[in-house]
Design a protein around this ligand. Structure first.
Ligand code: HEM
Length: 458
């Protein structure tokens, strides 16, 4: 029987708990420290062993070989509790290719001008409701924008504002409890504590709300030109199967909601934090959006000219990747690097770890959107994996980028957002996504004068 003995173990494992304490106390620092110990490093979480892949090329190999490095391990066991066994992000290799083919038409480039229209309207509505001098709870505001975008691109108007409010609360409850539950051994997560009960209730309500909409849509038979219509209409020409069952559509809808909402909100919140800390870059961003938008809402047609906005988003994805760690289960004895990994082992990859390696990036802790300027030497391939790679790469990568660029440009065209005096570095809260724990910014309107120049209001 093969063993993991050739993989070096991370230092400072304590008896019984192993590395659980540093992982819970300061996960990012702990994860980043691992690459100093090898290309693969073993960590011990109580009785559970996890192999962290620290090398970009080995990360690529594992992501490309998704039959052997299949979805599984503590993260996806938890995700499956919510999205079911047929969720596109968490289903096993055996079910994946067909589901992906069926979901792909919903993300066809031809649909993006329509999605972008929804995105622009949602950001206009939320950012248009801010008042001069208001102190914004930025992660919450960004969640409001991205949830509205996800709900409206999925369901058009089928989710009325009152129900959307409950969905937002339930999505937040799910994310808040996720990280703690990831490390709970199964019997503990079923103890009827207040936290576990709230988590389960939120999951059940989410599922019921979405199922009702799907059933209604099937019965109605009308194409609403939204994501849900595309999922219902999809047919798998390759194996001749008739398309997704209701259960598969339901799991895919829940998956899209969970995979696409907090990730995009965290990305935007971090971008606003980083810009407020880097006034020189912020001024250049304002100059770009003033030239392109002149105070108007960003649209799909503006995207090619929002170059710096793109680079700000890309650099934020590098420095604060919303998907910071993912697990895989090894389905057959295999080699990775110089090591033998037995079937049943659990491995993890971390975009955060790869993006912070000093051998891949000069000054990896510095926010420098210009590193993505094509005239500068570019980092090696596979050094940037915020959306993963291979067959399980994020299906919503273009959706997320479009949403983030349109939202950031529209906000920057209208508002100057600044930290409150004395605000320190924002600490990350770890859930399924890496998001700012607390981030408050004061909003000052930027106004267009008669001469067409944009100024900050006093
Ligand atoms: C904008 C920020 C986003 C980031 C950083 C992000 C990141 C990722 C990553 C890293 C994965 C692969 C996970 C793994 O390896 O296990 C993934 C998968 C996925 N993402 Fe995203 N995502 C984002 C936005 C979105 C959006 C907006 C949607 C949908 C509208 C979406 C839907 C999905 C789905 C369905 C999968 C599973 C794909 C498959 O297995 O075939 N994501 N995402």
């Amino acid at each position: 029987m093969a063993s993991l003995r050739s993989v070096p173990i991370a230092p400072k494992a304590l008896p019984v708990v192993g590395h659980l304490l540093p992982l819970l106390r300061n996960p990012l620092e702990f994860i980043n420290s691992l690459s100093a110990h090898g290309e693969l490093v073993r960590i011990q979480l109580g009785p559970f062993t996890l192999v962290m892949i620290c090398d970009p090329e080995l990360t690529r190999q594992a992501l490309v070989d998704d039959r052997v490095f299949d979805k599984g391990g503590p993260i996806f066991d938890r995700v499956r509790e919510v999205v079911g066994d047929d969720g596109l992000a968490s289903c096993p290799y055996s079910a994946h290719r067909r589901l992906r083919r069926l979901a792909q038409p919903a993300f066809h480039p031809a649909r993006f001008p329509g999605y972008a229209k929804v995105m622009s309207a949602c950001v206009e509505e939320v950012a248009g409701s801010w008042r001069a001098g208001q102190v914004l709870d930025v992660p919450t505001e960004m969640m409001t924008i991205t949830s509205k975008i996800t709900a409206t691109t999925l369901f058009s108007a089928a989710l009325p504002p009152s129900e959307l409010g409950q969905v937002l609360v339930d999505v937040k409850t799910f994310f808040d409890g996720f990280y703690q539950r990831m490390f709970m051994v199964p019997p503990l997560d079923r103890i009827p504590t207040q936290g576990n009960r709230t988590h389960v209730r939120a999951r059940m309500r989410l599922r019921a709300a979405f199922d009702e909409i799907i059933t209604g849509r099937r019965a109605e038979g009308v194409d609403h030109d939204d994501l849900l219509s595309a999922l219902i209409a999809a047919h798998d020409t390759e194996d001749g199967s008739p398309g997704m069952t209701d259960a598969e559509i339901s799991d895919t809808v829940v998956t899209i909601f969970l995979a696409g909402t907090e990730t995009a909100a965290s990305l935007l919140a971090w971008a606003l934090d980083l810009l407020a800390r880097n006034p020189r870059i912020e001024r250049r961003l304002h100059a770009e959006v003033d030239a392109v938008l002149a105070g108007a809402t960003a649209t799909h047609a503006d995207l090619p000219r929002l170059e710096l906005t793109h680079r700000v988003i890309t650099e934020t994805l590098r420095l604060r990747p919303p998907g910071w760690i993912f697990t895989r289960t090894v389905t057959a004895d295999t080699r990775l690097g110089g090591h033998l990994l037995p079937a049943g082992s659990c491995v993890a990859y971390s975009p955060y770890l790869i993006h912070h390696r000093p051998d891949l990036y000069d000054d990896p802790e510095v926010f420098d959107p210009d590193r993505w300027n094509p005239e500068r030497p570019q980092p090696p391939r596979h050094a940037l994996v915020p959306f993963a790679s291979g067959a399980r790469k994020c299906i919503g990568d273009t959706f997320g980028m479009t949403e983030a660029v349109l939202t950031l440009a529209t906000i920057a065209a209208r508002w100057n957002l600044a930290h409150l005096p004395g605000d320190r570095r924002v600490r990350p809260a770890l859930g399924l996504a890496l998001r700012p724990r607390k981030l408050h910014l004061r909003a000052t309107p930027r106004t267009v004068g008669k001469d067409g120049r944009i100024t900050e209001a006093a």
